[in-house]
Design a protein around this ligand. Structure first.
Ligand code: SAH
Length: 390
């Protein structure tokens, strides 16, 4: 096996467990490596560190798969690893739907697999994992005997790895509009044309957190996508629920989801730009008992963090203005570049600007099928906050 030797003086990141090895940390590469090959990584003193896949075209030269010398990376390895991922999800309480594989946090870098009951959606976001796609599909077939597997590799980040954007079936074709169960409700999921893998499983635990505050409430939800939080609110006893999204497709699906759950009498969805509408309604003096916000990541790069913070502050400020005294703001941020502390500071700034006092009800992260590895910053990305607005 080809070998990659690290420089003597590098940050302790790799030694401390991080799976990425950057170009500038490498002293020399032994052998004729091709992008996507599995290589052995050794430190300056030739001590074994691990095995991983290499892509000389990427700034992250190697992503480690294992630190056990005897592990052989082959088809069987993927069956074992993905089985472990499933055992773990079951152990922490997931039965039907879960993020089965969460990339680096499951020691399968850049591999995402979402399980929607008997259907699976996969993303292979780096060359070195993409070459194992057949093995991964084979592992899913062996472990689950699924009804269908779909590839959602229509993601720009693949191009940095020299990979094309593509989507399609990795099993016999099936109707890609499926229905899943969550917290006793049903949701249409479009695995072919929905956002990301079709559904945001990362909020599935958080959706339960609104249970008590929405009882008898008039609720406004913005950035609703397919209406999951809003339909939960209706089910938990809200008096009226209005959900907004800029995407017509999302709104149409949200309305179908309301009907699917028989809550369409008190839960409806409209197409709108939340920034404009919330500003206008603030001026009009509209008031809600609960306002929920779940905007998209306003940034994907460090250079534009400030812009993202301005966006989060602005939308939360507009949302808070619409909350009746004593009501609640439910607010999220899904970019790992804004860390939890910075997010809370941003909400605090928004509260100061609108001269409202807030108190924290709960502060959570992504659902626990997306494990967090300390020291691997990008494994913790979601912030979910409920505050009472006085
Ligand atoms: N809460 C959802 C996920 C929201 S994803 C869930 O749990 O499933 C973010 C959503 O914001 C997307 O559906 C996107 O279409 C929408 N969006 C983006 N910009 C918007 C804007 N300016 N106004 C309203 N919606 C917007």
């Amino acid at each position: 096996m080809n070998k990659v030797y690290l420089k003597r003086k590098i940050s302790p990141r790799v030694a401390n467990g991080h799976p990425w090895i950057f170009n500038n940390e490498v002293e020399k590469i032994e052998g004729d490596v091709q992008g996507g090959d599995v290589v052995e990584v050794l430190d300056h003193d030739k001590k074994f560190i691990g095995k991983g896949y290499i892509n000389p075209k990427s700034q992250i030269l190697v992503r480690l798969l294992t630190r056990t010398r005897t592990d052989e990376i082959n088809d069987q390895y993927f069956i074992e690893q993905i089985s472990k991922c499933w055992e773990y999800r079951k152990r922490i309480g997931y039965t039907e739907n879960c993020r089965l594989v969460f990339g680096e946090a499951d020691s399968l870098p850049q591999l995402i697999i979402d399980k929607f009951n008997d259907y699976f959606v996969i993303q292979t976001l780096a060359l070195g994992i993409d070459v194992w796609k057949t093995a991964i599909v084979n592992a899913l077939n062996t472990i689950f005997q699924p009804h269908g597997i779909y590839e959602r590799n229509d993601v720009p980040v693949r191009e940095l790895e020299g990979l094309p954007q593509q989507k399609g079936f990795l099993s016999a074709s099936f109707d890609t509009k499926i229905i899943i169960n969550e917290n006793g409700l049903k949701f249409h999921v479009d695995v072919e044309n929905g956002q990301k893998t079709g559904y945001f499983l990362d909020q599935q635990d958080n959706r339960r957190a609104i249970q008590h505050i929405v009882k008898g409430a008039d609720v406004l939800g913005a950035f609703t996508y397919t209406g999951t939080f809003e339909i939960h609110a209706a089910q938990y006893g809200a008096k009226s629920v209005l959900g907004l999204d800029i995407s017509e497709n999302a709104v149409a699906q949200a309305n179908r989801n309301a009907e699917l759950n028989g809550v369409q009498d008190r839960c409806r969805f409209e197409t709108a730009n939340a920034f404009d509408v919330l500003k206008q309604w603030g001026k009009d003096g509209r008031q809600y008992d609960v306002v929920m916000l779940d905007p998209p990541a306003f940034t994907k790069s460090r250079e534009t963090i400030q812009k993202a913070i301005t966006g989060y502050k602005e939308i939360n400020l507009r949302g808070m203005k619409l909350v009746k005294p004593g009501g609640f703001l439910v607010t999220s941020s899904c970019t790992n570049l804004v860390n939890p502390e910075l997010f809370l500071q941003t909400i605090e700034m928004a509260a100061k600007d609108v001269r409202r006092k807030i108190r924290q009800v709960t502060f959570q992260t992504q659902s626990s099928d997306h494990p967090i590895i300390w020291g691997m910053d990008n494994t913790q990305y979601l912030k979910f906050l409920i505050v009472q607005v006085q």
